[in-house]
Design a protein around this ligand. Sequence first.
Ligand code: COA
Length: 385
Amino acid sequence: MAEAARATRAKAGPAIHKGLVGLVVDNSAISRVNPETNSLTYYGYPVQDLARHCTFEEVAYLLANGELPSRAQLSRFRRAERALREIDRDHVGVIARFSRAAHPMDTLRTAVSYLGTREVAWGGEKPATDKRRAMALLAKIPTVMATDYRFRDAKRRIRPRDDLSFSENFCYMCFGRKPAPEVARALDTSLILYAEHGFNASTFAARVVASTLSDIYSAVTAAIGALKGPLHGGANEAVMHMLGEIGTPARAEAWIRGAIERKRLIMGFGHRVYRTGDSRVPTMNKCLEDLSAWKGDDRWLRITQTLARVVIAEKGIHPNLDFPSGPAYDLMGFDIDLFTPIFVMSRITGWSAHYLEQIADNRLIRPLSAYTGPPQRKVRPLARR
Ligand code: COA
């Protein structure tokens, strides 16, 4: 359906843009999501080229500064990030008190919000202040996640190391050993692909909060809440639950045909902007293939291949990035409920860039609604109701 035709009219009222479909609400220089060419660029660089030639730290620098770093700039950026990785004892104490049954997205949201209580944070401050906070969020989120991950398994926390890359250090803090190069590279690639994606729901949530001149911690806390939903970042976990339900490649074709017949929502397929494929998928598919070969386990790979073939042929709907990233994270050894927090670990770079961009040229985001409730009426005092 053409985007314009999606705007419906409430009984002779204004056009309703439900879901804000097709609306362009602001300018942004950070990334370009182009549905015509199915491409995604960060400050002009195609994401698949960034994944091929760069580390996640280089991409984080790009999103923070608008340019890829020189060697000296990268080394300064790395030093700054590594120096901020540790969290203090009070913060560890807060994480220790979370219920073991809580979802890691909820504990992460709360732990990030807690960071905002460690200083008097007000929005719209000097960009340098917000940049410093953005760097602290980037550096500390993996530590928060790994600490929570270890505590929920009744294990001692592992402190961050400053001699490991961003991806290596996260695996080390979770598992207590440096990851295999295959795992570190695949994780790094997924972080590059997840880092930024225009005015998606969580980024828009962050920008709405920024537009009130609230602080970056509040904006990121809101963004984490938005990302958790299965129609957004939560889809990478939902994909893995679906693959678990299918179980074996032999069951995949019958399962997916049955799901299509029952008009079930198939997780990891479809996209609000891309209609004929997500440009990030081939790169992540390659990671899934490489990890399957490295592990000698191609069960998920074969199931995903069958699902993609049938859904594209029968419904014309293509996989999105969450489809290959879910099983890839499983092969890397992560629990399913860590998949969406890993997305946060990456997307914090995009959210921070959007927070700063919004603040730099702000206008309060405040749309309208068409009223459909009862007509105006008189209040009868309680005694007469
Ligand atoms: N499984 C089954 N049908 C799907 C589908 C999916 N994953 N994604 C879209 N469709 C169908 C819709 O039901 C709709 O059918 P209809 O026209 O007969 O009602 C049609 O395709 C068009 O989809 P639309 O409703 O316009 O999509 P949207 O832009 O509102 O929503 C998503 C986009 C991402 C929310 C949606 O595709 C979805 O829920 N996908 C699964 C969750 C997911 O993977 N999320 C991660 C996104 S990166």
